[in-house]
Design a protein. Structure first.
Lengths: 91, 535
């Protein structure tokens, strides 16, 4: 039988994501130089964290599930690390 | 044959298309993959006929581009990647772990429907006019210049990717959660270790391909600067993202093949696999290190020298666990009671062909040689030795090995051995000349070439004709045996695995009683008789 969950966290997370989206769009028009990318990536990370914790319900999980979720993050790190290695060392 | 088995529980079409039985879903995949194999094979046939002469006298340049693209896309995503996991894996994973089914049977059926949706979308793109980008969809050609059905074909691959993810997820959860009592990790057959490693790659890498294909669509449709430097993109970003998936995809293709070879070498040598733990962990090492080498596809792309050096070094490292497997298989053969049944012929063929494919991969991992060999037939020969000589040979070996379990019938050993030998001979005649062509500088993806290359091309096309004939043979003798072959006993090879301890074909829920595992896999007594895992 499907477990009924209180929708409050889901609605709250959804509203949070919309607010962060609005913040991203607004800040994109504020000239911060290199800061624009940093701000956008930081907001993106918070959004991903919200999705993982609330929608993917990782905050209620432990053990192997977290290991696999962490593996996803680790592998993303590999992509960024070795990919950026090329970009940073190009002549 | 047991009175009721998974094949005889219900004969209606509805019972097949709505089944959640992993064995029936494996058969659905099997039939689908035969279809896609022949579509991809038909493209290869036209390519090889065209290349028999130096002139472009059969198809135009544009048609040729579409033919090799169709061959690549179909063979990679709609045959090689799903071949062993979705057919043999789907069938035997629950049997090998002593379970009634996979962890998510409905998800398993859904993955087949998603796969078929992806396949049909791609086929529609092909028959509506085709794609001319090559299977790699390289930008800027795919985003700016190609006027073929790029997005539709990419959509098909994108959809099929979700099928891969679901299958990988199902295998990971099943192997973690549904193992029979007593079946510890080090008692798992090595086929399961390799499928586990494959599944990890499927789950972690496939989303990157999906994102990459979406980005192509975004740039092509909306002009967002992602890969095009004129609008702020980076042309190498596509190659980084694409190969981050597509190089591990090579291991998605070959790891299950390696897993099958463990089963075959052990059974037909009547010996335990030498160095079980090394072979098991080598699978995971290949899966992990395989994610660190993608840049060796980009040595001449303008990638930085530092990055190229690192990727070159890592590519040599990934050869180590592969070599562990090859050495351990040959050590397993040593002092074994060898039986040269058809599955064993395929296994021995695999070892030789995979070794050639692997070693020539090391040539290409060398920066200096790769500059010479990039985009030549040397590369074509190398990856066909891995994917066809390795993977397809292993697939045929596994198919013959588990055929009596799947169908409950025995095939003609005489015809099967003849096909195995013919495949080995035809394959080498097709692809070995391509090493020479590549070393002499013949580029890939051209259908017109200098006349001095014709001799090797004629040999290659002749080999392809033999190979095509040899690939057709099992269709007839296996097809015949499925309906008219002698009944197979539960354990025709006298193998110790759990899948052989139930009837052939297995009952709907696999085992009459829950098996309890008491032994390591691959145990044989002094008289070379199998000691079942659940004795």
């Amino acid at each position: 039988m499907t477990e009924r969950r209180p929708p409050l966290p889901l609605v709250g997370a959804w509203l949070g994501l919309l607010a962060l989206l609005a913040l991203t769009v607004t800040l994109a028009y504020v000239p911060l130089g290199a800061g624009n990318a940093i701000v956008a990536l930081s907001i993106g990370t918070i959004k991903a964290g919200l999705v993982a914790a609330i929608f993917m319900e990782l905050r209620h999980r432990s053990g192997l599930t977290l290991v696999f979720a962490g593996a996803g993050l680790f592998w993303l790190g590999i992509l960024l690390w070795l990919g950026l290695m090329d970009f940073m060392t190009r002549t | 044959m047991s009175e009721t088995n998974y094949l005889t529980t219900d004969y209606t079409l509805r019972s097949w298309f709505l089944t959640t039985d992993h064995k029936r879903i494996a058969i659905l995949y099997f039939a689908s993959l035969i279809f896609f194999f022949f579509i991809g094979g038909a493209a290869a046939t036209v390519i090889r006929i065209e290349l028999a002469t130096p002139q472009g006298d059969l198809v135009s340049s544009d048609t040729y581009n579409r033919l090799f693209t169709m061959h690549g896309i179909i063979m990679v995503w709609f045959f090689l990647i799903p071949s062993i996991p979705n057919t043999l894996g789907n069938f035997v994973v629950p049997l090998m772990i002593g379970a009634r089914d996979l962890a998510f049977p409905r998800l398993n059926l859904m993955s087949w429907y998603i796969f078929m949706l992806g396949g049909c979308t791609t086929l529609f793109a092909i028959f509506a006019g085709g794609i001319d980008t090559g299977w790699t969809f390289y930008t800027p050609f795919s985003t700016l210049y190609s006027n073929s059905y790029v997005i539709l074909a990419a959509a098909g691959v994108f959809i099929a990717g979700f099928s891969s993810i679901l299958t990988g997820l199902n295998f990971i959860v099943s192997i973690h959660r549904l193992r029979a009592p007593g079946l510890t990790w080090y008692r798992l057959p090595l086929f399961l270790w390799s499928l586990y490693a494959t599944s990890v790659i499927l789950v972690l890498a496939t989303p990157v391909l999906a994102i990459t294909l979406l980005l192509i669509a975004t740039e092509r449709f909306f002009g967002v600067g992602i890969f095009d430097p004129r609008i702020g993109g980076d042309p190498l970003l596509f190659q980084h993202l694409f190969w981050f998936y597509s190089h591990p995809a090579v291991y998605i293709m070959i790891l299950p093949g390696m897993g099958v070879i463990n089963e075959l070498i052990s059974c037909f040598s009547r010996k335990e696999v030498f160095g079980y733990k090394f072979v098991a962990w080598a699978s995971l090492a290949i899966a992990a290190v395989g994610f660190l080498v993608w840049g060796h596809h980009m040595f001449v792309s303008g990638q930085s020298l530092v990055a190229s050096l690192v990727f070159s070094f890592m590519s040599f490292i990934v050869a180590v666990p592969s070599a562990i497997k090859v050495f351990n298989w040959t050590a397993t053969l040593h002092k074994g009671l060898l039986r040269f049944d058809a599955p064993m012929l395929y296994a021995l063929g695999f070892i030789g062909l995979f070794t050639i494919g692997g070693l020539t991969g090391l040539f290409l991992a060398c920066l200096a040689y790769d500059v010479h060999a990039t985009d030549t037939y040397f590369v074509v020969a190398h990856f066909h030795y891995i994917m066809v000589g390795g993977m397809v040979t292993a697939y045929f070996g596994g198919l013959h090995y588990w055929w009596p379990k799947i169908t409950g019938r025995l095939y003609s050993e005489h015809w099967a051995r003849a096909a195995a030998v013919l495949i080995f001979f035809g394959f080498n005649l097709t692809f070995f000349p391509q090493f020479i062509l590549g070393a002499e500088g013949m580029p890939r993806r051209y259908h017109i070439y200098p006349p001095e290359f014709q001799v090797w091309n004629v040999l290659s096309s002749g080999g392809a004709a033999i190979l095509a004939l040899a690939y057709l043979m099992p269709l007839f003798y296996l097809g015949y045996s499925a309906f008219f072959g002698p009944r197979a006993p539960a354990n025709p090879w006298d193998a110790p695995g759990l899948e052989w301890q139930t009837s052939s074909p297995p009952p709907e829920h696999n085992f009459a009683t829950q098996p309890v595992v008491t032994r390591k896999p691959y145990q044989y007594n002094r008289n070379f008789q199998a000691e079942p895992q659940n004795a």
